[in-house]
Design a binder for this molecule. Structure first.
Ligand code: ZN
Ligand code: ZN
Length: 410
């Protein structure tokens, strides 16, 4: 067996989710990744985890449900389904999700069914999502390859070769080599990200202005008392974890009603079973007032995505990733947000992480008053480019270059 396979499972359990002895670990994984999931289970018990609660899922079964299930099931979440997750979160379980999606798995399904399901589950899972978004519980998301995904990323290679190449690429993003110690690598990486977020927080910018040659000219105001987050987070029980593996970003929340101008996407966006290559959003006082897409049939999909609820058409995240970040330099389009978002500056429409002082303990109304956005959705889209410029303006009117030609200016 490739020594990196085991190192990957160990890294996720020890650093990503950082499961603690005596803690319950909830592991979700697709049946196609059963061998990797089993390895994670073994690593977790080795650490002294109390119990691993396994949640299997499968793209094929999900797709069949969207295609053929009775219509009303997309509006109903049985109370015990939500209560299971809410109870586990209240018990301070840790939630590790291993993803492995075929980017085209949901092609051709009725998008309105997907929207209704995300609305119903968003409502039912509000407590769980709140604990997760405010990092009160440990959570971690990572991926493993599958043949359909690998062929999408490397269409010219034979299936086996494509899968091997995707594994190599994923190990590289995870800083895993055959002879190195990824745990040490991640300690150093997290320290670097922490340094950068401190620097940005200290500037206390009033706004950021994004411009590039694709037609982006967007001003994003930031809330009073905002801070920049990234790298590892610390749970309510004081345990450090990495919510995304890999991660290269530093992020904060835009001021809900303080976004104006137009932004053009720079990497494909997956929605409604489709891959949307290029689109633009125009904002007025925070709200998306215009959607442009290259392909006219994609316009409706995006419009549906941003009208899932009232907050879906406002921004919830502004994340900075240098154009020369290691993942970006690999030059691979992964068709997976987890990787592509770490190769590019991105924004997200939908809910904010509570990145203002005291935000994690605020009520819904207090968060709103602080300028944070609320929604059941949160979707990243990429806006970074080789020539992206970002200029920060401080509260005393000073202009500070933050990004020059796609990379950090400091
Ligand atoms: Zn992000
Ligand atoms: Zn995001």
């Amino acid at each position: 067996m490739d020594p990196r396979f085991e190192k990957y499972a160990r890294l996720l359990v020890n650093v990503g989710i950082n499961a603690q002895p005596g803690q319950t670990l909830v592991l979700s994984a697709p049946v196609s990744a059963a061998d990797f999931a089993r390895l994670c289970v073994s690593e977790a018990y080795k650490l002294g985890v109390r119990e691993v609660v396994m949640r299997w899922h499968d793209d094929f079964v999900t797709r069949e449900k969207y295609l053929h299930a009775a219509d009303e099931v997309f509006d109903i979440v049985r109370p015990w389904q939500a209560e299971e997750m809410n109870t586990l979160a209240r018990e301070n379980a840790a939630f590790l999700s291993v993803g492995s999606s075929d980017p085209n798995a949901m092609r051709g399904v009725d998008h309105s069914r997907m929207v209704r399901w995300s609305r119903a589950s968003g409502k039912a899972m509000a407590e769980f999502d709140g604990l997760q978004m405010s990092d009160k519980i440990q959570w971690c998301l990572a991926c493993v390859p599958n043949p359909a995904w690998a062929k999408k990323v490397f269409p010219d290679l034979a299936e086996d070769e494509a899968v091997d190449r995707l594994w190599d690429a994923i190990y590289a993003t995870m800083r895993i080599t055959a002879d190195g110690d990824p745990v040490e690598e991640w300690r150093r990486h997290n320290a670097e990200l922490n340094e950068r977020k401190k620097k940005l927080t200290a500037y206390n910018f009033k706004s950021l202005r994004y411009t590039n040659s694709l037609g982006t000219d967007l001003t994003v105001e930031l809330p009073q008392g905002h801070y920049w987050d990234g790298g590892n987070s610390v749970s309510a029980h004081g345990v450090a974890f990495n919510a995304n593996m890999p991660t290269e970003e530093i992020f904060t929340a835009p001021k809900r009603d303080g976004v104006n101008g137009r932004v053009v996407s720079t990497k494909p966006f997956r929605a409604g079973g489709e891959i949307i290559d290029r689109f633009a959003f125009t904002f007025e006082n925070g709200k998306i007032v215009k959607v442009e897409t290259e392909d006219p049939k994609h316009k409706k999909i995006l419009e549906d995505e941003i009208s899932v609820d009232e907050g879906a058409c406002y921004l919830g995240e502004a994340a900075l990733v240098p154009y020369d970040s290691p993942i970006s330099k690999m030059g691979i389009l992964f068709y997976s947000t987890l990787y592509d978002e770490n190769a590019s500056c991105h924004l997200a429409f939908g809910a904010s992480y509570p990145t203002v002082k005291g935000g994690a303990d605020m009520t819904e109304d207090q968060r709103k008053a602080a300028g944070l956005n609320q929604s059941i959705t949160h979707e990243d889209f990429m806006v970074g480019s080789e020539d992206l410029s970002i200029v920060g303006t401080t509260h005393d009117g000073r202009e500070v270059p933050v990004f020059i030609d796609g990379n950090f200016a400091f």
